[in-house]
Design a binder for this molecule. Structure first.
Ligand SMILES: [Zn+2]
Length: 105
């Protein structure tokens, strides 16, 4: 999702949570993206918007549109299922930030 390296062989694929679990992110498939183990480890609890900016700073070509689409799908899932009170404001802030970033790009 982030650096766009293909996960195979030495580049191990991992499950990364868009909204980190420490920020209230649910253990739902809608909150999970494929990330190489390096991105998962180095991102840590960094927000999707901040990590996208860091990926770009490193000269990678992250797919911001795919991240935004994944965040929107998670937002819809939360709307349908309810709950996730902690994740909602975090997600809303990320959706605002990424929408603005992509509009400016
Ligand atoms: Zn990566």
């Amino acid at each position: 999702m982030w650096c766009r390296r293909e996960c195979a062989g030495l580049v191990r694929g991992t499950t990364d949570h868009l909204v980190p679990k420490v920020k209230g992110g649910p253990s739902w498939v809608e909150n999970e993206v494929l990330a190489c183990s390096r991105c998962n480890r180095e991102r840590g609890h960094t927000s999707p918007g901040e990590w996208l900016a860091e990926c770009e700073r490193r000269g990678w070509q992250p797919d911001g549109a795919a991240v935004l689409a994944a965040l929107r799908a998670l937002d819809r899932a939360i709307d349908e299922r309810g709950g996730q009170r902690r994740a909602r404001p975090y997600l809303a802030a990320q959706l605002r930030r990424l929408s603005l970033d992509l509009a400016a790009a």
